[in-house]
Design a protein around this ligand. Sequence first.
Ligand code: DC
Length: 226
Amino acid sequence: MGKRGIVIAIDGPAGSGKSTTARRVAGRLEYLYLDTGAMYRAVGLTMIRRGLDPDDESAAAGTAAALEFDFRSEASGQRVLINGEDVTGEIRSADVSDAASRVAVHAAVRRILVARQRELGFEGGIVMEGRDTGTAVFPDAELKIFLVADVAERARRRQRELRNSGVAAELDELMGQIRERDTRDSATQRRSGPWPASDAVSVDTTGLDVAAQVARVVELARERGV
Ligand code: DC
């Protein structure tokens, strides 16, 4: 265990509730929270702004190496700063999502960001969210969680989210999109190693609300001496 506590790695497919759960677990345990996807997004955003091509590995690695990240926890969530500028909102755009998934393919970029993530988690007391956090980043994390939920449940959650922002969507269509994304994500992942970690604890969130998901992960952390 690090000086500040254990490392908790949280992952799961789109719509499994991993971000909300990870953030709230960190709040309950007074741990740091790190959304590793935000770092890939920050590299993507910077490349777009500079007119660089996210498919260019050496340009992407150069961009990643030069970025200074800062993460601030606030009641409303994590704020992401790059070179002192708050880009929390901007990294969520569709263009940045696309650029992020392109830069995430490059081994040189992953090496740089994984090294940063290890530094941030070195002392423990951290909840790290992201697909390789329990394998490449912290293979020795004391607690690895893989959240799952059936496709219909994830589609209903997505539908609710969209409705809250004033967008109507058919459930069938959303289920199709989720299946497609699952297939692509797991193919990408298998290419870079086993996923999820073989020692991850699977938590099925179908039929669980956020409070129950958080309680379950906190209970697993308590079993590990937190
Ligand atoms: O989770 P997200 O959508 O914010 O992640 C943004 C992109 O970065 C997405 O394409 C997946 C990728 N990513 C990754 O390859 N490894 C991580 N640990 C986190 C995210």
